[in-house]
Design a protein. Structure first.
Length: 341
């Protein structure tokens, strides 16, 4: 038996169709809507919208038919922009409840890949919290794994600033895995987030930093470093503006200073050289003359000739240096256990 009224397409006035209150998508690209409106002016609305029909009592006691959108909000918005008076619709049966409306809206957006990661996470979370869906049930509905649903919802554990950056395409989903590893270390999480934005770290760079932070956590817990060593690390990190690790050994030890680019290394070198120069002649023997500079650096800010970056790739996508196979594998791999030392 068909779930649609008379199994037929009807033409309904655009002004009589109310938006779906359960629409999980919050942002609509204005340029893409204009492109769709242009297509609709030329060819019309090819795929019918899905609606439910309601009889509403008017002030004079009469009945008025209204329609509530279930799927097709982009087409409805574009039709209004195009000045179309009527659109084709399929009318679902009157038994649809709020759960079904939300479910259908989510599935349509997922099938069209219209939801950004945060809207998708909020939609999954709403199905789970408000309508009692288990994660495996949501997974079955949208054709994904249970881990995919659970890990997508975990995106909402990030601070709002990071969620906004992901929704706006400033960082990629690949960047969120190492960020989520640092949920219990908010200061380092925020620092890493700033590094991604300011230094345009790739996903691999970001994962590498997160692994080192995780290693340091294990190292300090395992060896119970003296408080003065940890305080030195903190002071050096603040003075140099980068991550510093001190590893004392029985005789001597090792000092590690992170840098993300050759420009960073130049700045660190000059900074240390000037500090040593100010400390006196004896200290200058460590680095030699403060005016000396590394000569092997090659400027890499510009892309190779003849290979400009594709204009249709977002900044965050251009920083995702994982292969297609790695991205597919990572889809269900947000769990910090994947980064165990």
């Amino acid at each position: 038996m068909s779930q649609f009224y008379n199994n037929a397409i009807f033409w309904v006035e655009v002004d009589k169709i109310k938006p779906n209150p359960f629409q999980p998508r919050r942002e609509f690209d204005e340029r893409k809507l204009q492109d769709l409106a242009k297509s609709i002016r030329q060819y019309g609305v090819i795929q019918p919208l899905t609606v439910t029909r309601n009889e509403v009592q008017k002030e004079d006691g009469g009945l008025q038919t209204e329609y509530e959108l279930v799927t097709g909000e982009r087409r409805l918005r574009a039709a209004r922009l195009a000045g179309i008076a009527q659109v084709p619709v399929l009318i679902r049966g009157e038994h649809d409840d709020d759960k079904v409306k939300l479910e259908l809206a989510i599935i349509e957006n997922l099938q069209r890949e219209d939801l950004n990661p945060i809207d998708r996470a909020k939609a999954f979370d709403r199905l789970a919290r408000e309508f009692g869906f288990k994660h495996h049930e949501i997974a079955e509905k949208v054709g994904k794994s249970r881990e995919y649903v659970s890990n997508t919802i975990r995106l909402l554990a990030m601070p709002q600033e990071m969620q906004d950056a992901l929704a706006e395409g400033k960082i990629s989903e690949g960047h969120t895995r190492p960020l989520l590893m640092l949920t219990d270390r908010p200061q380092e999480q925020q620092t890493l987030f700033r590094e991604i934005l300011q230094r345009r770290l790739t996903v691999r760079d970001t994962e590498g930093i997160a692994r080192r932070i995780a290693f340091d956590r294990v190292r300090k817990k395992e060896y119970l470093y003296a408080p003065e060593i940890l305080e030195m690390e903190r002071e050096l990190s603040e003075a140099l503006g980068t991550r510093v690790a001190i590893e004392p050994k029985e005789n001597g030890g090792k000092l590690s200073i992170d840098f993300m680019s050759e420009d960073d290394l130049r700045i660190l070198f000059s900074h240390l050289a000037s500090r040593i120069a100010a400390a006196g002649p004896a200290s200058q023997k460590v680095l030699g003359s403060a005016s000396s500079q590394p000569e092997r650096f090659v400027q890499q800010d510009s892309p190779p000739p003849g290979k400009p970056p594709p204009s249709d790739i977002s900044p965050a996508q251009s920083l995702d240096d994982r292969s297609k196979e790695e991205i597919e594998k990572d889809e269900n791999a947000f769990d910090p256990s994947n980064f165990s030392i």
